[in-house]
Design a protein around this ligand. Sequence first.
Ligand SMILES: *Cc1c(COP(=O)(O)O)cnc(C)c1O
Length: 384
Amino acid sequence: MRGFDEDLLMIPGPTFVPDSTLRAMSRQMINHRGKKFGEMLTECTENLKKVFRTKNDLFILTCSGTGAMEAAISNIIEDGDKVLCPVYGKFSERFKLIVEAFGGKPIELSVEWGDIPQPELIEEALDREKNVKAVTITQNETSTGVRVPLEDISKIVKRHNALLVVDTISSMGGDYVPVDDLKIDLCVSGSQKCFSLPPGLAFISVSEEAWEVIRSTKRRAFYFSLPAYLESYKKNPPEQPYTPALTFYYALQNSLRLLLEEGLDNVISRHRKVAQATREAIKALELELFPKREENCSVTVTAVRIPNGVSDKDLREHMQKEYGILISGGQSKLKGKIFRIGHMGCVTDKEILTTIYALEQSLKKLGQSVEIGAGLEAAIKVFK
Ligand SMILES: *Cc1c(COP(=O)(O)O)cnc(C)c1O
């Protein structure tokens, strides 16, 4: 007998949505240009600013995370504008592709997947290339499981008078990314990862420096034109330029209340603990973390090399069929080489310990010589 219809989602998004958020969505539509929506928009925006730790303008867009990445680039880029794009995974590569799509000139900085872009490399590139308009960074590279420390990179980018554009789609709301302290000019995130929401909304914060560039740039954006969002937000009551996905705003309002109720710092330490427990279990099972250095491991997703003698497909299928737990494989050139455990959003010791149990059992079943219980024991120690 099964108590839940769906498999446990231990993938890096979409994540499980709390029951109260699901219930919040089954509500009647309201006028999206009325007072009620204005109040909801204001509350959601103010609470998102708390999560982003910013006083900058912040907008909610009806699209997936990539839409917010496109909004960031398309508002600041004209033909031939140079953008420095370190590429160290699938999502950092996406920034480069978006720059190209909007007529900009990406300066690609290739970094080995599993590693992070070193600040010195970024500085060298900015010194070499003149007039770089922006630098793109994926703070949490979901495809390789690394997180990029931004303090030094930010100082270098600011010294070179470029805009710092950061993707926190799989980390904001789970990891500590203080937008104002880090002087991030355009920071984007999305709903279906750490916010424990359905896919469909994205967020973008815009600094004063970013506005200066936006005002002097001939834009290619229409649906994502940021000045249009600002103008609508200033109306009384505040609104959105085009019909917002109302149902998801009900969900967002609830999810932000849940986050703030738990306390942002508590949410972050919960993610850190779950991530550490996962890593300790992986090491105890004598598996290899994919990131080059453990200190660069993400707190929301753990990437692990597939051990010899098992296929990633068999492992994932076994975990799903026998235990009802979904984990992810590798993307693009990491397909078949790694598996990834997502631990973001409403994930606690309960879910991760169950996942580690299923992982141990599945590896054993598939012929690996794992010591049953070693991973669990190492993980439990972290929670004690
Ligand atoms: C998921 C993800 C994206 C893409 O978001 P979509 O919502 O699928 O458009 C971009 N960047 C990172 C780091 C992600 O994890």
